[in-house]
Each structure stands twice: as C-alpha cells, then as structure tokens.
Design a protein around this ligand. Structure first.
Ligand code: ACO
Length: 378
C-alpha cells in the first residue's frame, strides 16, 4: 500500500485476523466463535456467551457453574467506585460515569500491573460482574434513589434489573434484556473494539483499553445511536393514547421532512452491513414481546413509520440500535442510560479482543499523508 493511498475511516481495510467473531454482510450473518448469534440468543445465558467469547469454546457444566458463582461474588458496588460516582454531577452523561468507574476499578486493582492471560481473564470476569452495579446505581441516583444491593439468587440479567429498579422483573422482560446483552456483546473491528486493540497494542492494561473503548462507544455514530433513536421518537412525540396507524403516519411525515433537510437519522445504516443488520430480526422480536407486555402499540407505529419511510426514500435499513432503544425505554431505563447498557454487554467482546491482541501483538500505528504547508522558514 503506498503512503498516498488514503482509506478514509479505514473503510475496507483488513487490519488483522480475528477468531472472535465473523461478520458476513453478504449473508447477513454474525458468528461468535463460529456459532450464529441468533442461536446463542435463543439458547444460552449471557454468562455462557461471555465465557464462549473469552475462551473460544462453550463452557463445560463445571466451568459454567464456577463462573456463575464467581460473578455473583463480584457484583456489589465497590465503595471506592460509589465515592467516585458521587463526585460526578447527576446531569453528566452516564457514559462519563461508566468510563470513570472502570478507571477507578483499574487504579485499585491488586493486579494492576499484571497483564498475563490469567490475570487479564480474571480482570475481565470481575469487570463483567461489577459493571451492572455501576449502571444500576447511576440510574437510581439520577432519580434520587439509593443503591439496591445485589441478590445472589438471581442470574445476571434478573439481578441487573433488580439492582436498577428494586423489583423483580417479569420473565419476558428478563429474557428481552438477556437477548439484548447477547446481541450487543461482539461485532469484530468496530470503532470501540478497534480502540481497545490500539490501546492494548502499546502494552497498556485491560482497564485502560476498556476506558478508551467506552470513549469511542459514546459517540452517536457508534453506541450512542441507541439513545439517539429514542430522542428521535421523543422529538416526533410519544402519545400512548394514539393508535399504531396514527403514530406510523406521523413518523413517516417526520422522516420525510428530516431526510429532506439532509439530516442523518440515528439507528439506520451500517458501515459493514449494506443489506440489513444480522442482529435486527432477533432484537425486533424482543421489542415485539416488550410492546405486547407493556401494551404500547403506538411505539411500534413510530418504529414502522420511520423504517418504511427511510427504506422508501434511501433504501437504508435499521441497525441493532434501532430496536434496542425502544426496548430499553419500555423496560424503564432513562434514555441516557441506554449506551451504558451497551458497555455492560460489550465488555465481553472488548476483553476477548484485548486477549487476542495481546497474544499476537504488533503496535498499531498507521501512516498519514501530510497535507499541510511545504517546509518554510520563520
Ligand atoms: N440517515 C440518513 N442518511 C444516511 C444514514 C442515516 N442513518 N446512514 C447513511 N446515510 C447516507 C449518508 O448520508 C450518505 O449519503 P450520501 O452518499 O448521499 O452522502 C450515504 O448514506 C452513505 O453514508 P455514510 O455515512 O458515508 O456511510 P458509512 O458506511 O460511513 O456510515 C454509519 C455508516 C456511520 C453507521 C451511518 O450509516 C450513520 O451515521 N448511521 C447513523 C448512526 C448509527 O445508527 N450508528 C449505529 C451503528 S451500529 C452500532 O453501533 C450497533
């Protein structure tokens, strides 16, 4: 590759091998370690998917039980993390809270300087277990509520919802939440994962790589799109009294106007998938279940209206963030909390890539083509 060949946004560049996941835009498929993500979402717990991503294989019954017990022992909100969160304003972005919490956990980790594969796997498992309490507490403090301690008779998803809302969620809600966690877990060299690999390539530590990845995920062109989707719904106006058809008609008109003004509408389009995001049908089914559960059919009207108008005008299809946003809204999360939920899930994929990068490392350092003034004198 000549130095002057520019691949803006690294589009189309194959930066390295990975055995973690395979995204195939031609067949609209996504495999985690060889397994179709739809099958994993249908049959496995999020805890099992995490182990699969990290180790490359499905866990044995013994490995699964051991990890479940480990996860339950590491769920409580670390008091040092709570103190750090309490220093942050309740109107700062929750992604700033998540980024700070991971930093605090890294700085206090007894094996902070140990990047052996064993230490990093342990750190990944601890972070996986500890992060839900960060999101749950941040959601609660924004509503003037205190910490709800974890319960070790609940699985990851049940406990996440318990710590956030202080009540046991219905099975359908837990299942939709679990599905979202599985679908958000991994997606090859997306911007945040690539960020984590860049940081790891300098031989920095796992918490630094995850902290940087959270910064990349925050942006509305990446993870921030799930909350941006809800802002779109809010801008159109959510009216539970409206019928599905009325809502769809208003959404369609809104989209036509927005596209007429040259606006980008979040939750649509993808750098890799040009014929639809492989994860959308599974997440859409989870959203359908939530709409039924909460009896909020007008939201599906908004969903359908925007989707149809975008398809008609530009042929651009929804990405995972599009059905995920309203799903989290129905569950009761504030819109700003949606992207931290993405962190909780993607910690798994990031850690898998950090381990892979470390095992066969080469410093990631591309070239640039200089376009400033020619050499000149003062
Ligand atoms: N709304 C309106 N127009 C769009 C959208 C959109 N969401 N997405 C793409 N387009 C249009 C662009 O305006 C552009 O049109 P033009 O050629 O007339 O200028 C064309 O489609 C190509 O778009 P690019 O942004 O160049 O395509 P790229 O592959 O770089 O972008 C991206 C992918 C960044 C995801 C883009 O589709 C986008 O900005 N979408 C909205 C943000 C979003 O939903 N991100 C979530 C990604 S998935 C995830 O993180 C789980």
């Amino acid at each position: 590759m000549s130095e002057e060949t520019i691949y803006k946004g690294l589009a189309g560049v194959v930066a390295d091998h990975t055995a973690v996941s395979k995204v195939n835009p031609e067949t609209n498929s996504l495999l985690y370690r060889g397994y179709p993500v739809q099958q994993l979402a249908a049959e496995l717990s999020f805890e099992e998917v995490a182990l699969l991503l990290w180790t490359g294989e499905l866990p044995s019954a013994e490995e699964r039980e051991e990890f479940i017990a480990f996860e339950r022992r590491h769920r409580a909100l670390d008091p040092r993390v709570k103190s750090a969160i309490d220093l942050l304003p309740t109107d700062c972005h929750p992604m700033d809270v998540g980024r700070t919490a991971v930093s605090v956990l890294g700085a206090n980790h007894p094996q902070a300087g140990d990047s052996s594969p064993e230490a990093e796997l342990r750190k990944a498992k601890e972070l996986f277990a500890a992060f839900p309490a960060v999101v749950a507490y941040d959601q609660r403090r924004r509503r003037g509520l205190d910490v709800v301690p974890p319960r070790d008779d609940l699985d990851y998803s049940q406990n996440f919802l318990w710590m956030t809302f202080g009540e046991e969620a219905a099975d359908e809600v837990v299942d939709a939440f679990r599905v979202s966690m599985v679908l958000y877990a991994e997606h090859s060299f997306n911007a945040s994962t690539f960020t984590a690999r860049v940081v790891t390539s300098t031989l920095s530590d796992l918490h630094s790589a995850v902290t940087a990845a959270i910064g990349a995920l925050k942006g509305p062109l990446h993870g921030g799109a799930n909350e941006a989707v809800m802002h779109t719904f809010e801008e159109i106006g959510i009216d539970p009294e409206e019928t599905r058809d009325q809502a769809a008609a208003r959404a369609k008109a809104w989209m036509e106007e927005a596209l007429g003004q040259g606006r980008k509408v979040m939750g649509f389009g993808h750098r890799v998938y040009k014929h639809g995001d492989s994860r959308v049908p599974t997440m859409k089914s989870a959203l359908d279940a939530m709409v039924e559960h909460y009896g909020r059919h007008e939201l599906m009207g908004l969903y359908d209206g925007l989707e149809a108008a975008m398809d008609e005008a530009k042929g651009i299809l929804p990405n995972l963030d599009y059905p995920a946003g309203p799903t989290y809204h129905l569950m009761g999360f504030d819109t700003e909390m949606f992207t931290p939920l993405f962190i909780a899930s993607r910690i798994t994929g990031w850690a898998a890539h950090i381990r892979e990068q470390r095992a066969d490392n080469s410093l990631i350092r591309p070239l640039s083509a200089y376009s400033g003034p020619a050499e000149r004198s003062l």
